[in-house]
Structures are given as C-alpha cells and as structure tokens.
Design a protein around this ligand. Structure first.
Ligand SMILES: [Zn+2]
Length: 72
C-alpha cells in the first residue's frame, strides 16, 4: 500500500546538511543547522520582505495629551 511520502528533506547546497524547516513570519524557510544558512523558495523572500515592510505596522504611541489647563 502506497502512502503519500512527505517530500524529501532538502539539503544545504553548501555543506549538504539536512535543512530544518521552520516558520518565519508564517513563511516556511529552510535553515541549515550546520552553517546557519537560510534557504528560501521562490517567492518566500518576497513574502518575508512584504511582511517586514507592511505586515508589522510601527505602533504609534499616542502621546497622552494631558495638557494641564489652568482652571478658573
Ligand atoms: Zn549548510
């Protein structure tokens, strides 16, 4: 009985170490535990860049405008 095999693990092009899949900002990337290389599929870099640029909005800290108004 044939079962669907998971796709074979990729290996680092540099040191041929098996790559570890991990998620970075919901984008699946491959990291080499040996040489710390990070390998991206086509389009993944764009996804990460887009999320870095647009996904994380710089949180504006509204300054509490508590102006002490002189009473009276
Ligand atoms: Zn490597």
């Amino acid at each position: 009985m044939l079962t669907a095999k998971p796709k074979p693990k990729r290996r680092c092009p540099d040191c041929t170490e098996a790559l570890l899949e991990t998620d970075y900002r919901q984008v699946r990337i491959d990291i080499c535990p040996h040489c710390q290389g990070v390998w991206l599929d086509r389009g993944e870099l764009e996804q990460i860049v887009e999320q870095a640029l647009f996904g994380v909005m710089p949180r504006a800290h509204p300054r509490p405008s508590r102006r002490s108004t002189p009473e009276g």
